[in-house]
Design a protein around this ligand. Sequence first.
Ligand SMILES: [Zn+2]
Length: 164
Amino acid sequence: MKIFDPHVHMTSRTTDDYEAMAAAGILAIVEPAFWLGQPRTFVGSFVDYFNSLLGWERFRASQFGIRHFCTIGLNPKEANNPKLAGEVIDLLPRFLAKDGVVAVGELGFDDQTDDEARWFTRDDVAKMIAGGFLHPETGVRMSLPMRSSIAFYLIETWLVGFAR
Ligand SMILES: [Zn+2]
């Protein structure tokens, strides 16, 4: 069986896990950028982490014949540090253009704060659905999952539910 794992955090997994995944038939994975367990306080920590996803993890996966893709994003935990969050958002265009980066993420909420919500708003997502949208703060062209995907359905439902 050939398997694609769309959400796995290999940074926190051992190399033995790559071996077991390959043996199970996993051919490709997406590793969303995530929180590392302690708040990052410098933008350089994000630069090193993103480079690790694009370099080290990609290499590690390739040793087992697994294609490694990743997402790059501002984690909600660190969205609560406005200065750092702005610096991370400014980094996104540079990293989103790299081979192997397939989306912005992980996104969402942690403490449900206004600062967590301000970066990717419903208006931003509605404009993406309407077709093409450059994020006003970064100039990054944003896009959504395929219309036939479950993720697209969930996003669309979220938008409609909010409009009621
Ligand atoms: Zn995750």
